[in-house]
Design a protein around this ligand. Structure first.
Ligand SMILES: [Zn+2]
Length: 191
């Protein structure tokens, strides 16, 4: 699937909303990606995971790792396609990410890291740091949607299925505010 086909899946699943949104960063945007609207639909989500699986099939990957929460769903289904195991990285008590529930990696074990939306790349970088602690080998990183427009650099083989550069403005510069459009607050961190 190419960039446009992935964006089309977002639209089909109503995961891509247009309007006037306040993002978790506090900036305003005319587009919002409601990732869980897509992730809650297995029939659509599995098409994306099949695409990830195709891209990583020849990488020698042994374990698929995702950060909570969307990454759990994606890692699980990608691993299912590849006949591998998936584990997930949770928030640590002192920041960063940790493996709990008996999850672990061997030294030199080949892993791919998958996640849903890359905005600042923080979750991915936290998982990279965690995997490095185990001295495992990262053979690929995949995100469903890179909304940084390619600005965030990943130093491993990187597979964003779609890349967009979302328009976002500081509230005082927001053209939609100036038009008097009603603001919708979205994002799991804000409710
Ligand atoms: Zn606004």
């Amino acid at each position: 699937m190419n960039n446009d086909e992935i964006i089309e899946l977002f639209k089909e699943s109503n995961a891509l909303l247009t309007g006037h949104f306040k993002l978790t960063s506090g900036r305003h945007s005319d587009i919002y990606y409601e990732k869980f609207t897509l992730l809650k639909q297995p029939a659509i989500c599995t098409k994306i995971c099949a695409e990830f699986a195709n891209r990583f099939r020849d990488s020698g990957v042994k374990t698929v790792v995702g950060p909570t929460t969307g990454g759990i769903i994606i890692a699980y289904d990608v691993a299912r396609y590849l006949g591998l195991e998936s584990i997930y990285a949770e928030a640590g008590d002192d920041g960063g990410r940790v493996f709990k529930r008996g999850f672990s990696l061997e030294k030199g074990e080949k892993v791919v890291i998958v996640d849903d939306i890359l905005t600042t790349g923080r979750s991915i970088f936290e998982v990279v740091d965690l995997v490095k602690k185990y001295e495992a080998e990262i053979v690929g990183v995949g995100v469903l949607l890179d909304r940084s427009g390619g600005k965030v650099k990943i130093e491993y083989p990187f597979n964003p299925l779609a890349t967009v550069s979302a328009d976002a403005w500081e509230p005082e510069d927001c053209p939609l505010c100036k038009e008097g459009q009603e603001l919708t607050q979205r994002g799991s961190r804000k409710f």
